[in-house]
Design a protein around this ligand. Structure first.
Ligand SMILES: Cc1cc2nc3c(=O)[nH]c(=O)nc-3n(C[C@H](O)[C@H](O)[C@H](O)COP(=O)(O)OP(=O)(O)OC[C@H]3O[C@@H](n4cnc5c(N)ncnc54)[C@H](O)[C@@H]3O)c2cc1C
Length: 372
């Protein structure tokens, strides 16, 4: 639960609360800043507050924060509707976590120093004849195929790509974007405001040393990377839900043209109570899951449950919030309209809700894993 946090995490939460209110929210609203100026200012503020290094390993100068600390910070940032700002957290290792040489020096260290940027190639297009595959010829892996939804792929220096290596199984492979045969076939934006690339690989020669771990271990590694971000999505969602509830609370307590504040009406109160019930449940489960993870427990199923529930919850709450605030909430530039677009993506990114539901059922029925 978010109460009774250890003293140092409670102090961190309070620092982040003040930072979000006094520094980050004004930066978010400052229309005179362009995107990169805003990111640079946010990054500087996050560094000074000690947030920036929380997602980075100690070996590379980071503070490798606990899941509970990260959850408290993400929840707090969400509660001020600033969690989407670029520059808050330093680049984490992702699937490169724990790699040996040469990737440790050539890619992992460069990513953590901010000198290189990686992207994640996992999703295949619906019309693919064959999932991206590779043939090992001596010390070289020849890769062919395509990835259809690589966030930041057009600007990335390399793509961590899931490749089916013939006779060996799936592997995560680091493919430098400037390698001959790597084509950014097209780029597109999505309604949440992020940018993606469709990338093709045509007889791309990759050093076998760019295979992360052993061929055959790629899928669990890729899924672990996705799993790590699921609790982050869930924690951000509960913070954003709190922001929406605060917004709606002020709105329904304010004078209304009907003569009485909307909050005096029973129908409005019922909807408002539902928002609070869902947010309470989601917030409780996210903190419980973070504590279990920090205690060394397997939280694959609990992370899935938290991500599905919290992202669906925030979607419903933003939707209900817009309904209660009325048409003005759909005005271009209204924060609820912007949030509606942002939170919708969360039910697909890092795993579609229904696919995660199937994984959760499998965890219990086939693997005897997971708790209630
Ligand atoms: C903002 C955003 C960022 C993303 N970034 C990345 C990225 O960086 N790298 C990357 O690789 N991908 C990325 N994705 C893609 C994302 O991982 C996929 O959209 C997601 O995994 C769903 O896959 P899909 O779109 O191919 O839909 P599909 O797999 O076709 O699923 C569509 C729907 O079909 C149903 N369905 C699918 N399979 C089953 C099943 N087995 N049983 C029952 N129902 C099923 C579900 O209702 C599902 O929602 C991103 C997506 C978004 C929205």
């Amino acid at each position: 639960m978010p109460e009774q946090l250890p003293a140092e995490i409670a102090a961190l939460r309070d620092r982040v609360d003040a930072l979000a209110r006094d520094v980050l929210a004004p930066l978010r609203d400052d229309a005179s800043l362009n995107g990169s100026e805003r990111t640079a200012r946010v990054r500087e503020a996050a560094r000074q507050a000690g947030i920036f290094t929380m997602t980075q390993p100690a070996e590379f100068g980071g503070t490798a924060a606990s899941l509970l600390a990260l959850t408290a910070v993400r929840d707090t940032l969400g509660s001020h509707n600033v969690s989407h700002l670029g520059g808050l957290f330093g680049p984490g290792p992702g699937v490169l976590g724990g790699v040996g040489e040469p990737l440790k020096s050539t890619h992992l260290a460069a990513v953590l120093a901010g000198e290189k940027r990686g992207a994640f190639g996992f999703t295949e297009p619906d019309d693919a004849d064959r999932a991206t595959w590779g043939q090992l010829l001596g010390d070289t892996l020849i890769v062919n195929g395509q990835k259809s939804y690589v966030t930041g792929g057009a600007d990335a220096d390399f793509i961590n790509t899931l490749v089916q290596v013939e006779d060996r199984g799936p592997a995560m492979v680091v493919i430098d974007r400037d390698t001959p045969g790597v084509y950014v076939a097209r780029t597109f934006g999505s309604m949440d405001g992020t940018h993606h690339a469709y990338i093709e690989f045509r007889d791309v020669s990759v050093p076998a040393a760019h295979i992360i771990g052993k061929p055959g271990e790629g899928l669990p590694r890729a899924l672990r990377q996705i799993g790590d971000t699921r609790l982050a999505f869930a924690a951000e969602s509960v913070g954003l839900a709190r922001w929406v509830i605060d917004f709606v609370t002020a709105h329904i307590q304010a004078p209304h043209r009907s003569g009485a504040p909307l909050g005096s009406r029973e129908g409005v109160r019922l909807r408002y109570a539902d928002m609070r019930i869902r947010a309470y449940a989601a917030r409780s489960m996210v903190y419980r899951t973070a504590r279990l993870g920090d205690a060394g427990e397997n939280i694959v199923n609990e992370g899935i449950a938290s991500k599905v529930f919290a992202t669906e919850m925030v979607g419903e709450i933003v939707d209900a919030g817009i309904q209660l605030v009325g048409g003005i909430a759909l005005r271009d530039g209204h924060p609820l309209a912007a949030l509606y677009r942002r939170v919708r993506a969360m039910r697909l990114a890092e795993g579609a809700s229904d696919v995660l539901r199937l994984n959760l059922a499998r965890g219990r029925l086939d693997l005897n894993k997971g708790r209630v």
